[in-house]
Design a binder for this molecule. Sequence first.
Ligand code: THU
Length: 143
Amino acid sequence: MGEPDKSTIQELVRTAAEARKTAYAPYSRYRVGAALLAADGQIFTGCNIENAAYTPTICAERTAFFKAVSEGVREFRAIAVAGSPEGDALTQYAWPCGVCRQVMAEFCDPDEFRIIAAGPAGAYRMAALRELLPESFGPANLG
Ligand code: THU
């Protein structure tokens, strides 16, 4: 498997940026979109959804994962993340938070699954899950 081909990566980056438009972030004003590629080729999108009580806030990445899993999909290849302070343009590379990395570790092969951080002007950076969450605690510990 390994990393998706370049046109697929670019599609994920574009889709994450599009999903960012639906972010509900009135408190932080930091908007995030995600595009999660399943093994069967489906793409699940997500955005961050904040809450006046703060702690119920969910990140874009987990929104995408939970949408997919709740639809019966559990095998994944890659996720693109597009995050920046409000404004249409991406002005930085946003890597997933630790909680989202842990959710990825529940469902994804750490050496195969790729995380793509979208940046300014269509640029991106990519890493394997193991690079972002080394020595993780996961399903194998309990199995
Ligand atoms: N956020 C995400 O959606 N994904 C990340 O990887 C980092 C943070 C959201 C949560 C919150 O709504 C806002 O960005 C600021 O932390």
